[in-house]
Design a protein around this ligand. Structure first.
Ligand code: ZN
Length: 171
């Protein structure tokens, strides 16, 4: 009997993991962020594939623990695979994730034009982009710190409403 004849098993795993959110951004699910990549059948059983948003993201251990806890809570058996390639890009975020980030007060990333490439971990020159304020939509904002509350985010400040906010950096 082929397990692949029973896609319900896979659907069950997706359903069990659906409520999981990013530990740092509790309004956005791992699926919406594109961190939860795949649930697949292998000869060794089910595998859940996750890809970190950032090579040094300290939340990754937490995410793996959360996935394992959710599987256990539902009596499901699957191995968590952390897949580093292809490298996560902000383009994997679903549009609803970007809307939720904005509503949460984090400016969502601009779409990346360049494909994931080997230059991604090299120092990047500052981009000439405007990051609109998530509160008042003003483009009159300035970066106050390149590393915000986490390495994935930069701190910005709106010069019109004077609200500081996080910007989820694209790469
Ligand atoms: Zn503003």
């Amino acid at each position: 009997m082929q397990l692949s004849d029973h896609p319900a098993h896979i659907a069950q795993v997706w359903a069990a993991l659906e409520p999981l959110t990013d530990p740092e951004i509790p309004v956005v699910t791992l699926r919406e962020l594109g961190i939860l990549r795949d649930v697949r059948e292998t000869t060794d059983g089910l595998q859940v594939v996750i890809t970190p948003t950032y090579s040094g993201c300290p939340a990754m251990g937490q995410i793996e623990d959360d996935v394992n806890a959710a599987l256990l809570a539902h009596g499901l058996k699957a191995k968590v695979i952390t897949q580093l390639f292809p490298v996560w890009t902000t383009d994997w975020m679903l549009p609803e994730a970007k809307d939720k980030l904005r509503a949460y007060g984090i400016a969502p990333p601009h779409a990346c034009e360049a494909p994931a490439s080997t230059v991604q971990f090299a120092a990047r020159p500052p981009r000439e982009v405007t990051v609109p304020c998530p509160q008042c939509q003003s483009d009159n904002t300035t970066e106050t710190s390149h590393f915000g509350s986490t390495a994935c985010k930069a701190m910005y400040k709106c010069l019109d409403c004077l609200e500081p906010f996080d910007y989820f950096k694209p790469y």
